[in-house]
Design a protein around this ligand. Structure first.
Ligand SMILES: Nc1ncnc2c1ncn2[C@@H]1O[C@H](COP(=O)(O)OP(=O)(O)O)[C@@H](O)[C@H]1O
Ligand SMILES: [Mg+2]
Length: 246
């Protein structure tokens, strides 16, 4: 077991991973989230951002490299095991059970620890009061933004040390995007480290503590959100004209 320095919540080192034998999508990717940090992951389409989160969550085969969570090597473990060890994941699509109610969706997040339901439900309700109010409503009848909150709430039920979010603002109206970023910020302030992949690069850099730019399966640049927003290379290659209004 690697030594736990106390500050590192997730440390991914030189990750090589892919879907097919001999075809690597991640080509030596390294990122770290320390306690309390909100980490952004940006980069062009196809850079491997979703693959990185899936590889961290045991859903894509890791060929080499390590995923260390709170000092423990969890590389290649299955998703259900990772959930019980403090890793939460909200995939980009199909992240709620539409035929189930909000409350049942949250119960699904807790199937490994049903006894703690009440306490965790209260925590999630403090972050998403509207979910608690509408707990009996079916998730399929909710808007995209509301479903995103149910998905985040479900992942938070297991009290994760780190929450992996894949493009939480995708497909939402600008107002709902802002609300989603605000919620992510609140989740982070409640003590959960967050690693958030975002297509809305500028907004992501505005709210995160640090970020990584992924390109062709590697971490090409890293820095604080503010630094990256001002970095001419990052602007030219990844932010384009969006950066002009920052
Ligand atoms: N299920 C899959 N099977 C095979 N290749 C995939 C699969 N999902 C993604 N890929 C490939 O992996 C690469 C990176 O994809 P992805 O991680 O989704 O990028 P991003 O999230 O940065 O847009 C792309 O070339 C994509 O075609
Ligand atoms: Mg993606």
């Amino acid at each position: 077991m690697a030594e736990f320095t106390g500050d590192s919540v997730v440390k991914v080192t030189d990750l090589v991973a892919g879907y097919l034998p001999g075809v690597n999508i991640l080509n030596g990717c390294s990122i770290e989230a320390r306690r309390g940090e909100l980490i952004g992951i940006i980069g062009p389409n196809g850079a491997g951002k979703s693959t990185l989160l899936k590889a961290m969550f045991g859903l894509v085969k890791v060929h080499s490299g390590t995923v260390i969570v709170r000092g423990e090597d969890l590389t290649g473990l299955k998703a259900n095991k990772l959930v019980s060890l403090g890793v939460g994941f909200v995939p980009q699509n199909n992240n709620v059970f539409s035929t189930l109610t909000i409350e049942e969706n949250l119960q699904m997040g807790m199937y490994q620890r049903p006894k703690d339901f009440r306490e965790r439900f209260d925590f999630v309700a403090s972050l998403f009061p509207e979910l608690a109010k509408r707990r009996a409503q079916r998730a399929g009848s909710l808007s995209g933004g509301e479903r995103q909150m149910v998905a985040m709430g479900r992942a938070l039920m297991m009290d994760p040390a780190v929450l992996l979010l894949d493009e939480p603002s995708a497909g939402l109206s600008p107002v709902k995007q802002d609300e989603t970023f605000l919620r992510v910020h609140e989740i982070n302030r409640a003590g959960v480290s967050v690693i958030m992949v975002e297509q809305n690069a500028r907004r992501c850099l505005q709210i995160c503590d640090r970020a990584y730019v992924l390109d062709q399966g590697r971490d090409a640049y890293t820095g604080t959100g503010r630094e990256l927003m001002k970095d001419p290379k990052v602007i030219q290659l990844y932010l384009g004209t969006l950066a002009d209004t920052a």
